[in-house]
Design a protein. Structure first.
Length: 196
């Protein structure tokens, strides 16, 4: 708890009105890779508490649209269409896709992580499973020049998932933003241009 309270990223998030330190991970990646642009349509999977949706809504502006989904509740954000539910449930996914009204997406973000059980192998397997679901969604809904940014924990299944992304996208790059804790095994994989 003390580490969290004294974390400079947490302090900065509080001062700048972001809901979590994770905002700075997306900001750094976006500053480098130009993912968010005015008028873009963005999907934010694993959105709660909403810091990535905040950044996306700010950077895409009034002409943009952000669709967010999470198992947990999330306080409303202007310009964000939020659905609470389990992304792995067919009925929830169908409702989320209905809200897109057939529009193709410029960017799919996934910061999803499973509820941690403490059993490392099981947690890693569930995490990779969520990444695979997000990848399948991205492949189905991205525009031809769309991009997909997904949090992946290094460990069992990471290499296979990265190979699957390389099979599905023209380019795949690894990003480890400064706001990501050094000891954390998380990295972000950025896929560009889904393969036809």
């Amino acid at each position: 708890m003390r580490e969290h309270v004294t974390d400079p990223w947490v302090q900065r998030a509080v001062a700048e009105g972001y809901r979590a330190r994770a905002a700075y991970k997306l900001i750094e990646i976006d500053d480098r890779d130009r993912l968010l642009r005015p008028g873009a349509t963005v999907v934010d999977l694993g959105a709660a508490p909403g810091s990535w949706s905040q950044v996306a809504a700010q950077r895409c502006g009034v002409g943009g649209k952000v669709f967010a989904l999470d198992l947990l509740a999330m306080e409303p954000i202007a310009g964000v269409d939020f659905l609470q539910g389990d992304f792995a449930a067919d009925a929830v996914l169908a409702e989320f896709e209905r809200r897109l009204e057939g529009r193709r997406v410029d960017l799919v973000l996934s910061d999803m992580a499973p509820n941690i059980s403490g059993v490392a192998a099981a947690d890693q397997a569930r995490s990779i499973g969520l990444c695979e679901l997000a990848l399948a969604f991205a492949v189905d809904w991205l525009r031809p020049d769309g991009r997909f940014l997904v949090k992946v924990f290094q460990g069992e299944g990471f290499d296979a998932f990265r190979r699957e992304m390389e099979r599905r996208f023209v380019s795949v790059q690894v990003r480890k933003p400064k706001a990501s804790r050094d000891r954390s095994p998380e990295v972000y994989l950025l896929g560009g241009k889904p393969r036809a």
